[in-house]
Design a protein. Structure first.
Length: 387
């Protein structure tokens, strides 16, 4: 499968977000002036030219190199006891091309693409044998978490949503409905065999974009992996215990509830305790992290142990959650520490969802209780949620 011109054009530059996920940070003081940031991971033009990159692609390669430096391969061996059991499966350039072209073909791929994809399914299945409870699959850059947000015709996902909605009871409010949707879409990400895994990858715009970026510089500079991670059932059931931290020069300066569009009363009650647990854990592992500035996601388990989910670049491509890269850059870099959680939400919170999902949720309620479809603000926040 050959890399098409449209694929080359898809290697777009990440644009700074105008605001974070969640409603609390949508207003406030005007943005502060940009604070200078530098990193040895941001290669110079000369270093990039030495790798044979074309002049017109230098900035794209610089950003790609910076992003890939935070992939799990860079830190897993140092922090494996503090994160999910993980296996990495290198992709060949031919496999990346086939996945991209298969996705672009929308159900009518070339025969050679089909053969390559089927072979990849078998390779993934061989790894998944070692994950009896299933696994979460992603690239070493990003995951296909965008898929369930738009899979409004997927019957498996609809059944998961119904099941979670049933748990909330007949008097559920918009906050409970949104939380049920989050739990269901998280559970949808579990895969048990290569066919399920590849199907998820093929549906994802995020995966297609990252494959395009990784493949656009030729075979010699191609280096991307599939990441297969242990599935812990408690994690999707408790989105309230996922957090995002902003670390600069080994100092944790900002901490946010990750799924920031839901209110969790238990989290509000435990805020100080959770902050202390995360800070204590961070102090115990920060010297093992191979970077000094990064965005780190945590999960606090039901037994109160803290786990690392992943590292992201210290860059606005990692969503700000209840903070904003534009308004809070000075805080991210110099502190003092702030921990933000959601204490108020709009009613109904379902206005965050796209209309098809709102109609589906409404169909599961008494029509007398239905509320009008609101806006599509969720569309603008999706990159922050899944950053």
């Amino acid at each position: 499968c050959k890399c098409s011109q449209s694929r080359m054009e898809e290697r777009e530059v990440v644009v700074e977000q105008a605001g974070p996920t969640g409603t609390q940070a949508s207003s406030g003081p005007p943005p502060t002036p940009p604070v200078a940031f530098s990193s040895a991971l941001l290669l110079s033009d000369e270093e990039i030219r030495a790798k044979g990159v074309k002049e017109c692609d230098i900035e794209l390669f610089r950003r790609r190199h910076y992003q890939f430096a935070f992939g799990i391969e860079a830190w897993y061996h140092l922090l494996k006891e503090h994160t999910f059991r993980t296996e990495m499966l290198p992709l060949t350039l031919e496999e990346a091309d086939a996945l991209y072209e298969y996705n672009a073909a929308k159900g009518a791929p070339a025969s050679e693409c089909v053969q390559i994809v089927e072979s990849l399914e078998a390779r993934i299945s061989d790894v998944l044998v070692h994950f009896p409870d299933g696994a979460f699959i992603k690239l070493d850059t990003r995951s296909p978490k965008d898929v369930p947000v738009y899979a409004t015709n997927n019957e498996v996902l609809k059944e998961l949503i119904k099941k979670e909605m049933d748990k909330t009871g007949a008097m559920r409010d918009g906050n409970a409905e949104m939380n049920a949707f989050v739990i269901a879409t998280n559970k949808y990400m579990r895969v048990t065999n290569g066919k399920e895994a590849v199907a998820l990858l093929l549906e994802s715009d995020r995966i297609r974009e990252d494959l395009a970026k990784a493949s656009g510089f030729g075979k010699e500079l191609f280096n991307i992996k599939l990441v297969i991670r242990e599935w812990l059932p408690e994690v999707p059931d408790h989105p309230e215990y996922e957090f995002r931290a902003f670390v600069h020069k080994n100092q944790l300066n900002a901490l946010s509830q990750y799924f920031s569009f839901c209110r969790y009363d238990e989290l509000i009650q435990r805020k100080e305790e959770i902050q202390n647990r995360i800070l204590e854990f961070f102090d115990s592992v920060k010297d093992k992290v191979p970077h000094e500035s990064y965005v780190m996601d945590f999960y606090v388990r039901q037994d109160n142990r803290v786990m690392i989910i992943e590292l992201n670049p210290f860059h606005n491509g990692a969503g700000g959650c209840l903070f904003s890269w534009r308004q809070d850059r000075e805080l991210f870099m110099n502190g003092p520490l702030q921990f933000r959680i959601t204490t108020q939400v709009k009613d109904p919170l379902r206005e965050m969802l796209i209309p098809d999902w709102i109609r589906f949720i409404d169909s599961y309620k008494d029509k007398d209780q239905q509320q009008p479809i609101a806006n599509q603000s969720f569309m603008s926040s999706i990159t922050s949620w899944f950053g």
